[in-house]
Ligand binder design. Sequence first.
Ligand code: COA
Length: 340
Amino acid sequence: MTKSIIKGIGHYVPEQVVTNDDLARLMTTSDEWITERTGIKERHFRQNRTDSEEATAYLGFRAAEKALANAGLGAKDIDYIVFATLSPDYYFPGCGVILQNLLGCDTIGALDVRNQCSGFIYALSVANAFIKSGVYRNILVVGAEIHSFGLDFSDEGRGVSVIFGDGAGAVVLSATEEVASGDILAVNMHSEGKYAEELSVKFPGTKLGWSDRLLDDPKAIGRKDLYPYMNGNYVFKHAVSRFPETMKEALEKAGKTVEDLDMFIPHQANLRISQFVQQHFGLPDHKVFNNIQKYGNTTAASIPLALSEAIEQGKVKRGDLVLLSAFGSGFTWGSVLFEY
Ligand code: COA
C-alpha cells in the first residue's frame, strides 16, 4: 500500500525582527500586554516593504528550496504544488504558479489553498489524497504569509496587528511503498461559514463592493476594510472548543490515544490557546511545540514553520507520532495525524 511520508522540510523568515517594544513606538500597546495575552515577544517582518522580490511566493520559494535539499530532491522531481496563503502576491493568479516558475519546475499543476490559519492542514490533506490515490509521488506543500504589508498599525488596529508575523514553511510529501517508514494516518477538515465575517478581510471583494467598479470610488483609498477584522474573544472561544474536537477525531480515526502522541504541534494562533489545549489533554511540556514567541501568528506558515524547527531541534524524530491541528478564519479547523 502507498504511504505518504514527509521526506523533506524547511522554513524561512525575513531577517528583520520586530519586538513588542518596536510596535509600542507605532501604537498604544506594551510588551507586557502583548506577552500576557498572546505569549508573543517578537515577529519577523520583511525588510523593505516596497521590495516586491520578497513577496509571499518568494518566502515560500526560500522554504521550498530547503525542503527540497532536505529531501534530496530537485525541482524537476516535484509532480505538483499546493500553496496555502491568505496574503498572495497578486489578487490573482495564486502563489503556486509563481513558485513553479521561481523553482524552475516542469509545467506541473499548482493549486492555491485559501483556508487561512487552517490552510496548511487543508493543503497537506489534499496532497495526501493525491499521493494515496497514486496520482502523484512528490508534492511540494507550502504555507507562506506576508502580513506586515496589510496590518493597521494605528491604535484602532492594535488588537489584530500585534499578533501577526511574516514567514514560510514547506514540506515535500512523497509516496513510498516501504513498510518501515512513516505515514499520514488520519486527516480531518471542517468549516462553519456562518462565522465568515468574524475574522476576515472584506475588501476587495465582490460582496462589499460599494461601487459598481472596484476603484472608481475615491473612498477606496484609506478604507479600513482593507485591514483584517477579528472578533478576538469570539475566535478564542471557538478555538478552544474546536481544537479538542478535531484532535480527538484524528486520534480516534487512527485508533490512537493522547498518550500515544510524541508531539502535538498546534497552529501558532496564540500561546494561551495552545496552553489551554495542552492542559485540556494533560500533555506534558515536552510533547507540545510552540514557537509563536519568536514569530507571532504566521497563519498558513505557522505549522510547517513549527514542525521544521521541532525537527531541526531534534524534538521530532523519525518514527514519532505527531499531531498537527489548526483553527482559524472561515471558521475552519482540522488535523493531520502522522508518523514521521
Ligand atoms: N495593546 C494594548 N491594549 C490593547 C491591545 C493592544 N495591542 N489590543 C486591544 N487592547 C485593549 C482593548 O482596547 C481593550 O481595552 P478596553 O477594555 O479599554 O476596551 C482591552 O485591551 C481588552 O481587549 P480585548 O479585545 O477584550 O482583549 P482580549 O483579552 O480578548 O485579547 C486577543 C485580545 C486578540 C489577544 C484575544 O482575543 C485573542 O487572542 N483572540 C484569539 C485570536 C487568534 O487566535 N487569532 C488568530 C486566528 S487563528
